[in-house]
Design a protein around this ligand. Sequence first.
Ligand code: ADP
Length: 501
Amino acid sequence: MQVTLPIAMVGALLLAIGLYGAWRVHRLHQRSADIVAENVAGIRRAEQLRATIQQASYRLKRFSSTGDERHLEEIDRLTREADLRQRQMTPLSQTAEASPLIDRIMAGIDNFSTAFGKMDSTADGRVCPLAAGQLGNSAIFDDLFAELDAYIAVNDQQVDHSSRRNQTTANRLMFGLLLLGTCGGVAGLLLGYAIARRVGRTIVEVAVSLGDVAGKLNKVVGPVAVTANPRIHDLEMVLQTVSRHVSTVVERLQASERETLRAEQLAAMGQLAAGMAHEIRNPLTSMKTIVQLAERPEDFSSQDIRVLEEEIERLEQSVQALLDYARPAPAEKREVSLEEIVEQPLALMARRADRQGIAIVFVPPPPHQRVIADLVQLRQVVLNLLLNALEATPLKGEVRLEMVGESDQDHDDDSIGIRVSDSGHGLPDHLGSRIFDPFVTTKETGIGLGLSISRRIVEDHGGQITAANIPQGGALFTVRLPLVSGHHRTTTSERSPCNAS
Ligand code: ADP
Protein backbone atom coordinates (compact mmCIF):
# COMPACT_ATOMS: atom_id res chain seq x y z
CA MET A 1 0.00 0.00 0.00
CA GLN A 2 2.83 2.41 0.94
CA VAL A 3 4.43 1.79 -2.47
CA THR A 4 1.32 1.40 -4.60
CA LEU A 5 -0.37 4.66 -3.57
CA PRO A 6 2.33 7.09 -4.79
CA ILE A 7 2.75 5.11 -8.04
CA ALA A 8 -0.98 5.12 -8.65
CA MET A 9 -1.16 8.87 -7.88
CA VAL A 10 1.70 9.79 -10.25
CA GLY A 11 0.21 7.50 -12.94
CA ALA A 12 -3.22 9.11 -12.55
CA LEU A 13 -1.69 12.62 -12.73
CA LEU A 14 0.22 11.81 -15.92
CA LEU A 15 -2.88 10.25 -17.45
CA ALA A 16 -4.98 13.33 -16.56
CA ILE A 17 -2.37 15.70 -18.07
CA GLY A 18 -2.14 13.52 -21.21
CA LEU A 19 -5.92 13.43 -21.64
CA TYR A 20 -6.21 17.20 -21.12
CA GLY A 21 -3.44 17.81 -23.70
CA ALA A 22 -5.16 15.57 -26.25
CA TRP A 23 -8.50 17.34 -25.69
CA ARG A 24 -6.86 20.79 -26.08
CA VAL A 25 -5.10 19.75 -29.31
CA HIS A 26 -8.35 18.41 -30.71
CA ARG A 27 -10.24 21.64 -29.88
CA LEU A 28 -7.55 23.96 -31.25
CA HIS A 29 -7.28 21.94 -34.40
CA GLN A 30 -11.04 22.05 -34.92
CA ARG A 31 -11.26 25.79 -34.27
CA SER A 32 -8.45 26.67 -36.64
CA ALA A 33 -9.84 24.31 -39.30
CA ASP A 34 -13.22 26.13 -39.01
CA ILE A 35 -11.55 29.54 -39.32
CA VAL A 36 -9.47 28.48 -42.35
CA ALA A 37 -12.54 26.92 -44.03
CA GLU A 38 -14.52 30.12 -43.42
CA ASN A 39 -11.79 32.36 -44.84
CA VAL A 40 -11.23 30.16 -47.88
CA ALA A 41 -15.00 30.17 -48.58
CA GLY A 42 -14.97 33.99 -48.27
CA ILE A 43 -12.09 34.29 -50.73
CA ARG A 44 -13.81 31.97 -53.23
CA ARG A 45 -17.09 33.87 -53.08
CA ALA A 46 -15.34 37.23 -53.36
CA GLU A 47 -13.55 36.03 -56.48
CA GLN A 48 -16.79 34.73 -57.99
CA LEU A 49 -18.43 38.11 -57.26
CA ARG A 50 -15.46 39.87 -58.81
CA ALA A 51 -15.85 37.78 -61.99
CA THR A 52 -19.61 38.53 -62.14
CA ILE A 53 -19.02 42.28 -61.82
CA GLN A 54 -16.22 42.15 -64.37
CA GLN A 55 -18.61 40.50 -66.80
CA ALA A 56 -21.25 43.14 -66.13
CA SER A 57 -18.70 45.90 -66.91
CA TYR A 58 -17.68 44.03 -70.08
CA ARG A 59 -21.34 43.64 -71.20
CA LEU A 60 -21.97 47.34 -70.65
CA LYS A 61 -19.00 48.21 -72.82
CA ARG A 62 -20.07 45.70 -75.51
CA PHE A 63 -23.59 47.14 -75.59
CA SER A 64 -22.10 50.59 -75.87
CA SER A 65 -20.08 49.53 -78.94
CA THR A 66 -22.59 47.15 -80.62
CA GLY A 67 -26.01 48.36 -79.38
CA ASP A 68 -26.99 44.69 -79.10
CA GLU A 69 -29.67 44.57 -76.42
CA ARG A 70 -28.91 40.94 -75.53
CA HIS A 71 -25.98 42.38 -73.56
CA LEU A 72 -28.43 44.39 -71.46
CA GLU A 73 -30.47 41.24 -70.70
CA GLU A 74 -27.27 39.52 -69.67
CA ILE A 75 -26.43 42.47 -67.37
CA ASP A 76 -29.84 42.04 -65.71
CA ARG A 77 -29.02 38.41 -64.94
CA LEU A 78 -25.51 39.34 -63.76
CA THR A 79 -26.91 42.01 -61.42
CA ARG A 80 -29.20 39.39 -59.79
CA GLU A 81 -26.29 36.96 -59.57
CA ALA A 82 -24.06 39.62 -57.97
CA ASP A 83 -26.78 40.39 -55.44
CA LEU A 84 -27.07 36.68 -54.58
CA ARG A 85 -23.30 36.25 -54.25
CA GLN A 86 -22.83 39.23 -51.96
CA ARG A 87 -25.67 37.91 -49.77
CA GLN A 88 -23.84 34.57 -49.53
CA MET A 89 -20.77 36.44 -48.33
CA THR A 90 -22.62 38.23 -45.49
CA PRO A 91 -22.65 35.30 -42.97
CA LEU A 92 -18.87 34.96 -43.39
CA SER A 93 -18.17 38.63 -42.63
CA GLN A 94 -17.98 38.22 -38.84
CA THR A 95 -14.54 39.71 -38.18
CA ALA A 96 -13.93 43.40 -37.40
CA GLU A 97 -11.89 43.93 -40.57
CA ALA A 98 -14.17 41.99 -42.98
CA SER A 99 -17.56 43.41 -41.88
CA PRO A 100 -17.07 47.03 -43.06
CA LEU A 101 -15.63 45.79 -46.35
CA ILE A 102 -18.69 43.62 -46.98
CA ASP A 103 -20.91 46.59 -46.14
CA ARG A 104 -19.06 48.71 -48.68
CA ILE A 105 -19.23 45.92 -51.33
CA MET A 106 -22.99 45.71 -50.77
CA ALA A 107 -23.29 49.48 -51.08
CA GLY A 108 -21.22 49.39 -54.33
CA ILE A 109 -23.49 46.71 -55.85
CA ASP A 110 -26.56 48.73 -54.80
CA ASN A 111 -25.01 51.82 -56.45
CA PHE A 112 -24.40 49.88 -59.66
CA SER A 113 -27.98 48.48 -59.68
CA THR A 114 -29.42 51.95 -59.14
CA ALA A 115 -27.18 53.53 -61.79
CA PHE A 116 -27.99 50.69 -64.26
CA GLY A 117 -31.74 51.20 -63.62
CA LYS A 118 -31.49 54.96 -64.16
CA MET A 119 -29.40 54.95 -67.38
CA ASP A 120 -30.44 57.58 -69.95
CA SER A 121 -32.85 56.41 -72.65
CA THR A 122 -33.27 57.40 -76.35
CA ALA A 123 -36.49 58.92 -77.80
CA ASP A 124 -37.92 55.43 -78.51
CA GLY A 125 -37.39 54.44 -74.89
CA ARG A 126 -34.29 52.26 -75.45
CA VAL A 127 -31.13 52.48 -73.36
CA CYS A 128 -28.61 54.93 -74.67
CA PRO A 129 -25.38 53.03 -75.62
CA LEU A 130 -23.30 56.07 -74.71
CA ALA A 131 -24.70 56.10 -71.15
CA ALA A 132 -24.01 52.36 -70.89
CA GLY A 133 -20.42 52.94 -71.99
CA GLN A 134 -19.99 55.66 -69.36
CA LEU A 135 -21.38 53.40 -66.64
CA GLY A 136 -19.13 50.52 -67.80
CA ASN A 137 -16.07 52.76 -67.42
CA SER A 138 -17.30 54.49 -64.24
CA ALA A 139 -15.46 54.51 -60.85
CA ILE A 140 -18.23 52.32 -59.35
CA PHE A 141 -16.44 49.27 -60.81
CA ASP A 142 -12.97 50.41 -59.73
CA ASP A 143 -14.23 50.98 -56.17
CA LEU A 144 -15.94 47.60 -56.11
CA PHE A 145 -12.81 45.81 -57.37
CA ALA A 146 -10.72 47.63 -54.78
CA GLU A 147 -13.10 46.63 -51.95
CA LEU A 148 -13.19 43.02 -53.19
CA ASP A 149 -9.38 42.91 -53.39
CA ALA A 150 -9.19 44.31 -49.87
CA TYR A 151 -11.70 41.72 -48.67
CA ILE A 152 -9.68 38.91 -50.29
CA ALA A 153 -6.48 40.31 -48.73
CA VAL A 154 -8.12 40.40 -45.26
CA ASN A 155 -9.17 36.76 -45.61
CA ASP A 156 -5.71 35.83 -46.84
CA GLN A 157 -4.24 37.52 -43.77
CA GLN A 158 -6.59 35.65 -41.50
CA VAL A 159 -5.66 32.30 -43.04
CA ASP A 160 -2.01 33.24 -42.54
CA HIS A 161 -2.64 34.35 -38.98
CA SER A 162 -4.54 31.16 -38.18
CA SER A 163 -1.83 28.90 -39.54
CA ARG A 164 0.83 30.90 -37.62
CA ARG A 165 -1.22 30.51 -34.44
CA ASN A 166 -1.54 26.78 -35.13
CA GLN A 167 2.17 26.55 -35.55
CA THR A 168 2.77 28.37 -32.24
CA THR A 169 0.30 26.12 -30.41
CA ALA A 170 1.84 23.01 -31.94
CA ASN A 171 5.28 24.22 -30.81
CA ARG A 172 4.03 24.86 -27.28
CA LEU A 173 2.35 21.49 -27.14
CA MET A 174 5.45 19.80 -28.40
CA PHE A 175 7.45 21.54 -25.68
CA GLY A 176 4.81 20.59 -23.07
CA LEU A 177 4.77 16.95 -24.15
CA LEU A 178 8.56 16.89 -24.18
CA LEU A 179 8.57 18.32 -20.65
CA LEU A 180 5.90 15.86 -19.53
CA GLY A 181 7.70 12.93 -21.08
CA THR A 182 11.00 13.97 -19.50
CA CYS A 183 9.48 14.73 -16.07
CA GLY A 184 7.36 11.54 -16.18
CA GLY A 185 10.39 9.48 -17.10
CA VAL A 186 12.57 11.09 -14.40
CA ALA A 187 9.75 10.72 -11.81
CA GLY A 188 9.33 7.06 -12.84
CA LEU A 189 13.07 6.51 -12.48
CA LEU A 190 13.18 8.16 -9.03
CA LEU A 191 10.11 6.27 -7.87
CA GLY A 192 11.47 3.00 -9.24
CA TYR A 193 14.76 3.66 -7.48
CA ALA A 194 12.95 4.45 -4.19
CA ILE A 195 10.81 1.31 -4.48
CA ALA A 196 13.79 -0.84 -5.36
CA ARG A 197 15.65 0.51 -2.29
CA ARG A 198 12.65 -0.10 -0.07
CA VAL A 199 12.07 -3.63 -1.41
CA GLY A 200 15.79 -4.28 -1.01
CA ARG A 201 15.65 -3.14 2.63
CA THR A 202 12.56 -5.28 3.25
CA ILE A 203 14.31 -8.29 1.73
CA VAL A 204 17.27 -7.72 4.03
CA GLU A 205 14.93 -7.37 7.05
CA VAL A 206 13.06 -10.54 6.06
CA ALA A 207 16.40 -12.27 5.57
CA VAL A 208 17.50 -11.24 9.07
CA SER A 209 14.26 -12.60 10.57
CA LEU A 210 14.59 -15.73 8.46
CA GLY A 211 18.18 -16.11 9.58
CA ASP A 212 16.96 -15.89 13.15
CA VAL A 213 14.25 -18.50 12.57
CA ALA A 214 16.72 -20.67 10.65
CA GLY A 215 19.15 -20.42 13.55
CA LYS A 216 16.49 -21.68 15.93
CA LEU A 217 15.44 -24.43 13.52
CA ASN A 218 19.09 -25.50 13.09
CA LYS A 219 19.07 -26.74 16.64
CA VAL A 220 15.92 -28.78 16.11
CA VAL A 221 15.78 -30.06 12.54
CA GLY A 222 19.10 -29.34 10.87
CA PRO A 223 20.75 -26.53 8.89
CA VAL A 224 18.90 -23.89 6.84
CA ALA A 225 21.26 -21.67 4.79
CA VAL A 226 20.44 -17.95 4.44
CA THR A 227 22.92 -15.84 2.39
CA ALA A 228 24.08 -12.44 3.65
CA ASN A 229 22.79 -10.49 0.62
CA PRO A 230 19.83 -12.55 -0.52
CA ARG A 231 17.81 -12.09 -3.71
CA ILE A 232 14.07 -12.70 -3.98
CA HIS A 233 14.70 -16.07 -5.63
CA ASP A 234 16.99 -17.17 -2.74
CA LEU A 235 14.42 -16.01 -0.21
CA GLU A 236 11.69 -18.05 -1.87
CA MET A 237 13.79 -21.19 -1.56
CA VAL A 238 14.73 -20.44 2.04
CA LEU A 239 11.08 -19.78 2.87
CA GLN A 240 10.10 -23.13 1.38
CA THR A 241 12.77 -24.89 3.42
CA VAL A 242 11.78 -23.01 6.60
CA SER A 243 8.12 -23.84 5.97
CA ARG A 244 9.04 -27.56 5.55
CA HIS A 245 11.06 -27.48 8.75
CA VAL A 246 8.30 -25.67 10.62
CA SER A 247 5.87 -28.42 9.53
CA THR A 248 8.29 -31.01 10.90
CA VAL A 249 8.56 -29.10 14.18
CA VAL A 250 4.77 -28.77 14.40
CA GLU A 251 4.37 -32.50 13.77
CA ARG A 252 6.89 -33.23 16.52
CA LEU A 253 5.10 -30.84 18.84
CA GLN A 254 1.79 -32.54 18.15
CA ALA A 255 3.37 -35.92 18.80
CA SER A 256 4.85 -34.65 22.05
CA GLU A 257 1.47 -33.16 23.00
CA ARG A 258 -0.12 -36.56 22.46
CA GLU A 259 2.57 -38.11 24.59
CA THR A 260 2.02 -35.51 27.34
CA LEU A 261 -1.72 -36.19 27.25
CA ARG A 262 -1.10 -39.87 27.55
CA ALA A 263 1.28 -39.26 30.44
CA GLU A 264 -1.36 -37.07 32.08
CA GLN A 265 -3.96 -39.78 31.61
CA LEU A 266 -1.60 -42.31 33.16
CA ALA A 267 -0.93 -39.93 36.06
CA ALA A 268 -4.68 -39.47 36.47
CA MET A 269 -5.15 -43.20 36.49
CA GLY A 270 -2.48 -43.43 39.19
CA GLN A 271 -4.26 -40.72 41.17
CA LEU A 272 -7.54 -42.54 40.73
CA ALA A 273 -6.01 -45.80 41.85
CA ALA A 274 -4.57 -44.05 44.93
CA GLY A 275 -7.93 -42.38 45.65
CA MET A 276 -9.79 -45.64 45.23
CA ALA A 277 -7.28 -47.50 47.39
CA HIS A 278 -7.77 -44.86 50.08
CA GLU A 279 -11.54 -45.00 49.70
CA ILE A 280 -11.60 -48.77 49.88
CA ARG A 281 -8.96 -49.16 52.62
CA ASN A 282 -10.72 -47.00 55.23
CA PRO A 283 -14.06 -48.83 55.24
CA LEU A 284 -12.24 -52.17 54.91
CA THR A 285 -10.17 -51.38 58.01
CA SER A 286 -13.28 -50.59 60.07
CA MET A 287 -15.02 -53.69 58.74
CA LYS A 288 -11.97 -55.88 59.39
CA THR A 289 -11.63 -54.59 62.98
CA ILE A 290 -15.29 -55.33 63.72
CA VAL A 291 -15.08 -58.79 62.16
CA GLN A 292 -11.77 -59.63 63.95
CA LEU A 293 -13.14 -58.60 67.37
CA ALA A 294 -16.24 -60.74 66.96
CA GLU A 295 -15.57 -64.41 67.61
CA ARG A 296 -19.19 -65.53 67.17
CA PRO A 297 -22.02 -64.02 65.08
CA GLU A 298 -23.81 -63.08 68.33
CA ASP A 299 -20.88 -60.82 69.18
CA PHE A 300 -22.03 -58.33 66.43
CA SER A 301 -23.87 -55.51 68.16
CA SER A 302 -26.48 -53.52 66.27
CA GLN A 303 -23.97 -50.63 66.29
CA ASP A 304 -21.40 -52.92 64.52
CA ILE A 305 -23.97 -53.99 61.94
CA ARG A 306 -24.83 -50.31 61.24
CA VAL A 307 -21.14 -49.42 60.81
CA LEU A 308 -20.65 -52.41 58.52
CA GLU A 309 -23.67 -51.36 56.48
CA GLU A 310 -22.53 -47.75 56.22
CA GLU A 311 -19.02 -48.71 55.15
CA ILE A 312 -20.33 -51.15 52.55
CA GLU A 313 -22.55 -48.34 51.25
CA ARG A 314 -19.55 -46.00 51.03
CA LEU A 315 -17.63 -48.64 49.09
CA GLU A 316 -20.57 -49.01 46.74
CA GLN A 317 -20.75 -45.25 46.19
CA SER A 318 -17.04 -45.02 45.35
CA VAL A 319 -17.24 -47.90 42.92
CA GLN A 320 -20.42 -46.42 41.39
CA ALA A 321 -18.80 -42.98 40.96
CA LEU A 322 -15.87 -44.57 39.20
CA LEU A 323 -18.19 -46.58 36.97
CA ASP A 324 -20.29 -43.48 36.19
CA TYR A 325 -17.21 -41.60 35.18
CA ALA A 326 -15.67 -44.35 33.09
CA ARG A 327 -18.89 -45.56 31.46
CA PRO A 328 -21.70 -42.96 31.66
CA ALA A 329 -25.19 -44.31 30.99
CA PRO A 330 -26.81 -42.93 27.80
CA ALA A 331 -29.03 -39.91 28.53
CA GLU A 332 -32.80 -40.37 28.27
CA LYS A 333 -33.99 -36.88 27.57
CA ARG A 334 -37.55 -35.56 27.70
CA GLU A 335 -39.28 -32.31 28.54
CA VAL A 336 -39.19 -31.79 32.31
CA SER A 337 -40.12 -28.92 34.62
CA LEU A 338 -37.44 -27.17 36.66
CA GLU A 339 -39.22 -28.06 39.91
CA GLU A 340 -38.97 -31.76 39.06
CA ILE A 341 -35.20 -31.43 38.79
CA VAL A 342 -34.53 -29.69 42.10
CA GLU A 343 -37.24 -31.08 44.39
CA GLN A 344 -35.62 -34.48 45.02
CA PRO A 345 -32.02 -33.25 45.67
CA LEU A 346 -33.43 -30.55 48.00
CA ALA A 347 -35.42 -33.13 49.95
CA LEU A 348 -32.41 -35.44 50.18
CA MET A 349 -30.12 -32.67 51.46
CA ALA A 350 -32.64 -31.11 53.89
CA ARG A 351 -31.95 -33.64 56.68
CA ARG A 352 -28.20 -33.35 56.33
CA ALA A 353 -28.41 -29.55 56.37
CA ASP A 354 -30.50 -29.75 59.53
CA ARG A 355 -27.89 -31.94 61.18
CA GLN A 356 -25.16 -29.41 60.26
CA GLY A 357 -27.32 -26.48 61.43
CA ILE A 358 -27.26 -25.02 57.91
CA ALA A 359 -30.22 -23.27 56.30
CA ILE A 360 -30.94 -24.06 52.66
CA VAL A 361 -32.65 -21.09 51.03
CA PHE A 362 -34.51 -22.03 47.88
CA VAL A 363 -35.63 -19.43 45.32
CA PRO A 364 -38.02 -21.33 43.02
CA PRO A 365 -37.90 -20.96 39.24
CA PRO A 366 -40.37 -18.81 37.27
CA PRO A 367 -43.53 -20.85 36.67
CA HIS A 368 -44.12 -23.07 33.61
CA GLN A 369 -40.50 -23.26 32.56
CA ARG A 370 -39.23 -26.49 31.11
CA VAL A 371 -36.03 -27.95 29.75
CA ILE A 372 -35.21 -31.01 27.66
CA ALA A 373 -33.22 -33.18 30.02
CA ASP A 374 -32.38 -36.56 31.49
CA LEU A 375 -34.02 -36.06 34.89
CA VAL A 376 -31.78 -38.52 36.72
CA GLN A 377 -28.57 -36.94 35.39
CA LEU A 378 -29.57 -33.34 36.13
CA ARG A 379 -30.69 -34.33 39.65
CA GLN A 380 -27.24 -35.80 40.12
CA VAL A 381 -25.67 -32.46 39.09
CA VAL A 382 -27.80 -30.46 41.57
CA LEU A 383 -27.13 -33.07 44.27
CA ASN A 384 -23.34 -32.85 43.67
CA LEU A 385 -23.39 -29.06 43.91
CA LEU A 386 -25.53 -29.06 47.08
CA LEU A 387 -23.34 -31.74 48.66
CA ASN A 388 -20.14 -29.78 47.91
CA ALA A 389 -21.76 -26.58 49.25
CA LEU A 390 -22.83 -28.31 52.51
CA GLU A 391 -19.37 -29.78 52.89
CA ALA A 392 -17.74 -26.36 52.46
CA THR A 393 -20.17 -24.47 54.78
CA PRO A 394 -19.51 -24.16 58.50
CA LEU A 395 -22.13 -24.51 61.24
CA LYS A 396 -24.97 -21.94 61.09
CA GLY A 397 -23.99 -21.09 57.54
CA GLU A 398 -26.29 -20.75 54.57
CA VAL A 399 -26.63 -22.52 51.24
CA ARG A 400 -28.78 -20.96 48.50
CA LEU A 401 -30.35 -22.63 45.49
CA GLU A 402 -31.70 -20.00 43.10
CA MET A 403 -33.22 -20.44 39.67
CA VAL A 404 -33.05 -17.32 37.53
CA GLY A 405 -34.24 -16.82 33.97
CA GLU A 406 -31.63 -15.34 31.63
CA SER A 407 -31.79 -13.98 28.11
CA ASP A 408 -29.00 -14.68 25.64
CA GLN A 409 -28.45 -11.39 23.76
CA ASP A 410 -26.48 -13.06 20.96
CA HIS A 411 -28.89 -15.83 20.06
CA ASP A 412 -32.13 -14.34 21.31
CA ASP A 413 -32.68 -17.62 23.20
CA ASP A 414 -33.87 -17.90 26.79
CA SER A 415 -32.02 -19.98 29.32
CA ILE A 416 -32.29 -20.76 33.02
CA GLY A 417 -29.49 -20.29 35.50
CA ILE A 418 -29.41 -22.79 38.41
CA ARG A 419 -27.19 -21.11 41.02
CA VAL A 420 -25.85 -22.93 44.05
CA SER A 421 -23.99 -20.68 46.50
CA ASP A 422 -22.72 -21.10 50.04
CA SER A 423 -21.17 -19.09 52.84
CA GLY A 424 -18.17 -21.45 53.14
CA HIS A 425 -14.44 -21.04 52.69
CA GLY A 426 -14.64 -20.49 48.92
CA LEU A 427 -12.82 -22.28 46.11
CA PRO A 428 -9.21 -23.29 46.75
CA ASP A 429 -7.07 -20.64 44.99
CA HIS A 430 -4.38 -23.03 43.80
CA LEU A 431 -6.86 -25.17 41.83
CA GLY A 432 -8.32 -22.41 39.62
CA SER A 433 -10.44 -23.82 36.79
CA ARG A 434 -8.86 -27.26 37.37
CA ILE A 435 -11.62 -28.05 39.88
CA PHE A 436 -13.62 -29.39 36.92
CA ASP A 437 -10.82 -31.80 35.94
CA PRO A 438 -11.24 -35.45 36.96
CA PHE A 439 -9.63 -36.65 40.20
CA VAL A 440 -8.92 -33.13 41.44
CA THR A 441 -9.90 -32.95 45.09
CA THR A 442 -8.85 -31.20 48.28
CA LYS A 443 -10.87 -33.47 50.53
CA GLU A 444 -9.31 -36.23 52.50
CA THR A 445 -11.84 -38.81 51.41
CA GLY A 446 -12.88 -37.16 48.12
CA ILE A 447 -12.22 -38.73 44.72
CA GLY A 448 -12.61 -35.51 42.67
CA LEU A 449 -15.14 -36.83 40.16
CA GLY A 450 -18.30 -34.93 41.22
CA LEU A 451 -17.64 -31.67 39.31
CA SER A 452 -16.05 -33.44 36.37
CA ILE A 453 -19.13 -35.68 35.91
CA SER A 454 -21.42 -32.66 36.44
CA ARG A 455 -19.66 -30.68 33.72
CA ARG A 456 -19.94 -33.56 31.28
CA ILE A 457 -23.70 -33.92 31.96
CA VAL A 458 -24.37 -30.16 31.65
CA GLU A 459 -22.45 -29.85 28.39
CA ASP A 460 -24.26 -32.92 27.06
CA HIS A 461 -27.47 -30.91 27.69
CA GLY A 462 -26.19 -27.95 25.61
CA GLY A 463 -25.46 -25.96 28.79
CA GLN A 464 -22.51 -24.54 30.70
CA ILE A 465 -21.25 -24.78 34.25
CA THR A 466 -19.09 -22.10 35.86
CA ALA A 467 -17.61 -21.54 39.31
CA ALA A 468 -16.57 -18.34 41.09
CA ASN A 469 -15.90 -17.00 44.53
CA ILE A 470 -18.38 -14.59 46.13
CA PRO A 471 -16.78 -11.32 47.35
CA GLN A 472 -18.41 -11.60 50.79
CA GLY A 473 -17.16 -15.23 51.16
CA GLY A 474 -18.16 -18.62 49.80
CA ALA A 475 -18.46 -20.13 46.33
CA LEU A 476 -21.05 -19.81 43.60
CA PHE A 477 -21.69 -22.49 40.96
CA THR A 478 -23.94 -21.62 38.03
CA VAL A 479 -25.46 -24.16 35.66
CA ARG A 480 -26.95 -22.52 32.56
CA LEU A 481 -29.40 -24.62 30.52
CA PRO A 482 -31.39 -23.75 27.40
CA LEU A 483 -35.13 -23.47 28.01
CA VAL A 484 -37.76 -25.07 25.82
CA SER A 485 -38.80 -22.16 23.55
CA GLY A 486 -42.22 -20.55 24.03
CA HIS A 487 -41.87 -20.20 27.81
CA HIS A 488 -41.55 -16.67 29.08
CA ARG A 489 -38.87 -15.45 31.41
CA THR A 490 -39.82 -13.98 34.80
CA THR A 491 -37.42 -11.86 36.82
CA THR A 492 -36.28 -12.78 40.34
CA SER A 493 -38.16 -9.84 41.84
CA GLU A 494 -41.46 -11.46 40.88
CA ARG A 495 -40.76 -14.40 43.18
CA SER A 496 -40.14 -14.67 46.88
CA PRO A 497 -37.47 -16.90 48.41
CA CYS A 498 -38.60 -19.70 50.68
CA ASN A 499 -36.74 -21.85 53.18
CA ALA A 500 -36.43 -25.42 51.96
CA SER A 501 -35.56 -26.98 55.28
P1 ADP B 1 -14.81 -34.09 45.56
O1 ADP B 1 -16.05 -33.51 46.16
O2 ADP B 1 -14.78 -35.56 45.57
O3 ADP B 1 -13.56 -33.45 46.05
P2 ADP B 1 -15.58 -32.57 43.29
O4 ADP B 1 -15.23 -32.74 41.85
O5 ADP B 1 -17.01 -32.52 43.61
O6 ADP B 1 -14.84 -33.74 44.01
O7 ADP B 1 -14.89 -31.25 43.81
C1 ADP B 1 -13.56 -30.96 43.49
C2 ADP B 1 -13.00 -29.91 44.40
O8 ADP B 1 -13.60 -28.64 44.18
C3 ADP B 1 -13.28 -30.15 45.85
O9 ADP B 1 -12.32 -31.05 46.40
C4 ADP B 1 -13.14 -28.76 46.47
O10 ADP B 1 -11.81 -28.43 46.71
C5 ADP B 1 -13.66 -27.87 45.37
N1 ADP B 1 -15.06 -27.48 45.63
C6 ADP B 1 -16.16 -27.99 45.09
N2 ADP B 1 -17.26 -27.34 45.56
C7 ADP B 1 -16.84 -26.40 46.42
C8 ADP B 1 -17.48 -25.39 47.23
N3 ADP B 1 -18.81 -25.24 47.25
N4 ADP B 1 -16.70 -24.60 47.98
C9 ADP B 1 -15.36 -24.73 47.98
N5 ADP B 1 -14.68 -25.65 47.23
C10 ADP B 1 -15.42 -26.47 46.46
